[in-house]
Design a protein around this ligand. Structure first.
Ligand SMILES: [Zn+2]
Ligand SMILES: [Zn+2]
Length: 274
């Protein structure tokens, strides 16, 4: 089974990404209600009971809302940090299993390896993920205030990268949010702006990356065209015409294949420190 993924939801209404590869099938986040999650899995042709695991990035409702009830209903174990376990209130609810991970650790599910990477966000112990099979690698980073070196280094090895492109700074500043919330989003533990993503795409992608998915766009503080334009301009500046950018709609995407491309020798010489 080659590596592929499909978003079932993206943004403040709820996030969930289905990933298949190495004989395994997992969800990254379960921020939709359990019924909606099951419906969207079924419409993707996937039996919810066939999932091997749900990895929860952090406790915020748009990522964790459906995790416990979904896990209980379909008998699927949850994986995440101890901080997420406590902050999400999972101690108080019944579920088949919660496998505690420390940021930086990996878990192998059949022949799929899922690595967690700590990210700066205003949650207890939030993480991003890199999912790898023998042939390809997919990075998944939503909800982070800035790009840490550890994350950029982890994403550099990926053939496909999903990253949040949450807000346009001018729209956020001029928008209707209270100032305290604007400060939180703009701060180092808030969310990534279109410009932050641009910096990643211009200098931080690895040579084998061919696919970027922009996710978790704010409905109020961003516009899909602005996010797309910022990313495409950044890729042009970085001479990465080989990378295709896709936008995740709030109700998700179709299947996206992660094709292993190897590392062309010519590009390796052009790598710079981010
Ligand atoms: Zn979120
Ligand atoms: Zn969050």
């Amino acid at each position: 089974m080659s590596l592929r993924f499909r978003l079932l939801g993206s943004g403040s209404e709820g996030n969930a990404t289905l990933v298949e590869g190495g004989g395994a099938r997992v969800l990254l986040d379960a921020g939709l209600g359990p019924k909606q999650l099951a419906e969207r899995l079924l419409s993707a042709g996937v039996d919810p009971a066939s999932l091997d695991a749900v990895f929860v990035s952090h406790e915020h409702g748009d990522h964790a809302r459906g995790a416990a009830p979904f896990s209980r209903r379909w008998g699927v174990p949850l994986f995440g940090t101890q901080g997420t376990f406590v902050a999400a209130g999972f101690e108080q609810v019944r579920m088949p299993a919660y496998e505690r991970m420390t940021a930086g650790e990996t878990r192998t599910i059949r022949r799929m390896i899922v690595k967690t990477i700590a990210v700066p966000h205003d949650a207890a112990a939030p993480v991003a993920f890199v999912v790898s099979t023998a042939t390809a690698s997919f990075g998944h980073a939503t909800d982070l205030g800035h790009l840490s070196r550890a994350l950029v280094s982890a994403l550099r090895g990926c053939d496909a990268v999903l990253v949040e492109s949450n807000y346009d700074p001018a729209m956020l500043r001029d928008g209707s949010y209270p100032w305290s919330l604007k400060e939180r989003i703009l701060g180092p533990f808030g969310h990534l702006s279109n410009g932050d993503v641009g910096r990643l795409l211009e200098k931080g992608l690895g040579p084998s990356c061919r696919t970027v998915v922009l996710a978790h766009l704010s409905r109020k503080n961003n516009h899909p065209e602005l996010a797309l334009m910022a990313s495409e301009e950044a890729l042009a500046r970085g001479r990465r015409g080989d990378v295709r950018v896709r936008l995740a709609e709030p109700d998700g995407t179709g299947w996206i294949s992660v094709e292993p491309t190897g590392t062309p020798a010519a590009l390796q010489g052009q790598l710079r420190l981010f």
